[in-house]
Design a protein around this ligand. Structure first.
Ligand code: BT5
Length: 319
């Protein structure tokens, strides 16, 4: 009931709704409505109450509200099931736990992650309420060798969405970062479970610094947030809805036609590395090379200092 009332207040945000109207609509007493309003206020929602006019939601707290998010969602499969946690160790870890029984497209979101992970066991800082820390569970019938293409689809979707929904000019640093002015605003971690020739499920973890104002000392020089870049607060729900829509479009195109062409068009257009000389870290080795192209499989073709050309499947590239 409380969720239903909240949804009504949210849809008609700023407008007064009388206790009588709400009690008729939801078939409960006016006292029950009043009690639910008090609970919502305790949770942090600013609800103005006047005797004559009724209730009015003045501002939603900065929390992600599932109902409000669903109202903005324009997808068929991705995000039809959303699980939201106030605090979770890692949305990728949680997704792994539930993946077997979860439906394709399930999205797991954490307001904070206490053990957010980057690649190779690195940490991903995920402070409460400041970013988008989410994972998408996918169950495609594709060979495991194709799995990493999901990272590219996610990178293209995030890049497009932050341009559209936040007005921030992000660039894709192959294969899994979105950068703004050379600083990292988003990182992607794709994990897979399955056998040699069959994927059981894929988890695409997306971490975006949205409203962070500052960062821990260790990476404050290499990280930024959308708010820092734009100079204003960004609504996380709108951005999530936009990312999921872009993701579904690119993912479905890839599944239907088995081509990454639409994704690659975005990746090439907004590439932070194409044509640049980059440092490439391969295990213990560090090499320098010029990026010649991102091929149709999404691999990075580089020309090393000795003139040799090499195709990179994944790895570390820094500008
Ligand atoms: C990544 O790793 O960029 C992948 C990050 C994926 C995070 C998402 S959040 C939802 C889901 N659940 C998880 O547990 N993870 C995923 P990598 O390329 O290895 O970058 C990690 C490095 O980035 C760290 O070693 C730090 O230097 C830096 N870093 C950590 N937190 C950061 C942040 N919030 N913003 C920018 N840089 C950060």
């Amino acid at each position: 009931m409380k969720e239903k009332i909240l949804k009504e207040l949210y849809v008609r945000q700023g407008e007064y709704i009388s206790g009588e109207e709400l009690s008729e609509k939801f078939q409960v007493s006016r006292t029950a409505i009043w009690k639910h309003m008090n609970k919502l206020k305790k949770e942090g929602y600013t609800i103005e109450t006047t005797h004559k006019k009724g209730y009015r939601l003045i501002e939603t707290s900065d929390k992600i509200i599932i109902d409000a998010l669903k109202l903005q969602l324009r997808t068929k499969e991705i995000g039809q099931e959303i699980l939201l946690f106030d605090s979770v160790d890692s949305t990728n870890n949680y997704s792994k736990k539930i993946a077997k029984d979860a439906i394709h497209g399930t999205v797991v979101i954490g307001e904070e992650q206490t053990g957010g992970r980057g690649r190779l066991g690195r940490n991903w800082s995920s402070p409460k309420g400041e970013g988008i820390w989410m994972s998408i569970i996918l169950k495609p019938s594709i060979p495991p060798t194709e799995g990493m293409k999901m990272t590219q689809i996610a990178a293209a979707s995030v890049c497009k969405a932050i341009r559209e929904a936040a007005g921030v000019e992000g660039y894709i640093k192959w294969p899994n970062d979105i950068v703004v002015g050379g600083k990292k605003v988003c990182g992607i971690l794709t994990e897979m479970a399955g056998e040699l020739n069959k994927i059981d499920y894929l988890i695409v973890g997306i971490g975006i610094n949205v409203n962070n104002q500052s960062f821990p000392e260790e990476f404050k020089d290499i990280a930024t947030s959308l708010t820092i870049e734009k100079g204003k607060k960004i609504d996380r729900k709108t951005l999530i809805a936009c990312i999921l829509k872009e993701f579904e479009t690119l993912y479905q195109h890839y599944i239907d036609r088995r081509t990454l062409d639409e994704t690659l068009e975005i990746i090439r257009l907004y590439s932070a590395v194409l044509g640049k000389t980059v440092r490439i870290i391969k295990g213990e080795q560090e090499l320098k090379g010029r990026v010649l192209e991102i091929n149709d499989e999404g691999l990075l073709k580089v020309q090393l200092e000795d003139g040799k050309e090499e195709l990179l499947v994944s790895g570390e590239v820094s500008i």
